[in-house]
Design a protein around this ligand. Structure first.
Ligand SMILES: [Fe+2]
Ligand SMILES: [Fe+2]
Length: 344
């Protein structure tokens, strides 16, 4: 399929407030040529769940993935950048902990996640029962900020594990990256699905359209992956996704078929129906069991990772359903279409 996703450096997104205004101002110059001081805005008025905070964190993190066009890669380790990132992370982490509250024991949460409610109400149910094509497209845009770098945020945790837990996690990651074949990488399948829906699938091209709830999901993954002290939470996040993904993926494949998707427009989700049934077992029996044997003290962190994942997913679901039930767009801007495709 003729899609261009390689070699594309995304542009810095437009600012959404004082934090992103400061940050994009900083990144406009090479680190040595920028005389701006550290961020001195009043952090008290800043909502860690808000657009400005989440986009600023996303931009700091993106310097650790693929960066942005015309932004000096040396910014990645610049002290002003690190200080801002740390402050944004601390605020977000405190908000996650406060919203999660006292966390239920790990085994209890995992068992609960495995039970599919008889009358589910999430976005995949909505899309299957009554979704329209524009809503399916919006769903893909929100998800693209993670799935176009699927498995990358969890790759940070690999050297923080060892032995059996590490081996099992790498086995799952190997599948996510296509089992040695670039054309089967899940990020690639996701891009092909976007193109089938007429969307621009180039890395970063939808960023400006995605509001805070979608950014918070991938920011949380990166936060857990990048801090060794949160490695338990990273494993919990990974487990929560693998455990819950399979039935949702089946619904989405069906929904998209009903909405006129071609084979490339459902392959990503069809693939996940089977793959994640296997991954769920690998993560529970391989990664979590082995990690707890080695480091039993991590149980509460793993449980927090599961709870936080449920929480950010519920926030996105509430955002999507509130907009869609009102017949409104859930995005900040219209989605970017694939080159040569008109709105649809
Ligand atoms: Fe995947
Ligand atoms: Fe998976």
């Amino acid at each position: 399929m003729g899609i261009t996703t390689e070699g594309h450096e995304p542009d810095l997104p437009p600012p959404r407030g004082p934090l992103t205004g400061y940050l994009t101002g900083l990144l406009a110059h090479p680190p040595g040529a920028s005389t701006a001081g550290p961020y001195d805005g009043d952090g008290d008025g800043d909502d860690p769940w808000g657009d400005d905070h989440q986009l600023a964190l996303y931009v700091c993190y993106e310097l650790r993935y693929r960066g942005f066009a015309r932004v000096d890669p040396e910014w990645e380790w610049e002290p002003r950048l690190l200080a801002l990132q740390r402050r944004l992370e601390d605020g977000f982490l405190a908000a996650l902990r406060a919203a999660a509250g006292p966390v239920a024991p790990l085994a209890e949460q995992l068992t609960e996640l495995l039970v599919e409610p008889l009358h589910g109400t999430g976005p995949s149910h909505f899309l299957l029962d009554e979704g329209e094509r524009w809503q399916a497209r919006e769903y893909l845009v929100h998800r693209s900020v993670y799935h176009l770098k699927e498995a990358d945020p969890q790759a940070w945790v690999i050297p923080r594990l060892h032995g059996a837990a590490q081996a099992a996690l790498v086995a799952v990651e190997h599948d996510e990256y296509g089992g040695g074949r670039g054309d089967r990488a899940h990020s690639r399948l996701f891009a092909e699905m976007m193109v089938d829906f007429g969307l621009d699938a180039r890395y970063g091209s939808q960023l400006d359209a995605v509001p805070a709830p979608g950014l918070a999901i991938v920011n949380m993954m990166t936060l857990f992956g990048l801090r060794r002290s949160l490695r338990g939470a990273s494993v919990g996040q990974f487990a929560a996704v693998e455990v819950t993904s399979s039935p949702g993926a089946a619904r989405l494949a069906k929904a998209f078929e009903r909405l006129g998707a071609g084979p490339a427009g459902t392959r990503f989700y069809r693939e996940h129906v089977e793959a994640d049934a296997v991954h769920e077992q690998l993560v529970r029996r391989g990664v979590i069991a082995a990690l707890l044997e080695d480091e039993p003290d991590l149980e509460a962190d793993i449980a927090f990772g599961v709870a936080a994942t449920t929480l950010v997913e519920e926030r996105l679901a509430a955002h999507l359903l509130a907009a869609w039930r009102d017949g409104r767009s859930s995005l900040r801007a219209p989605p970017a279409n694939a080159p040569g495709v008109r709105a649809g």
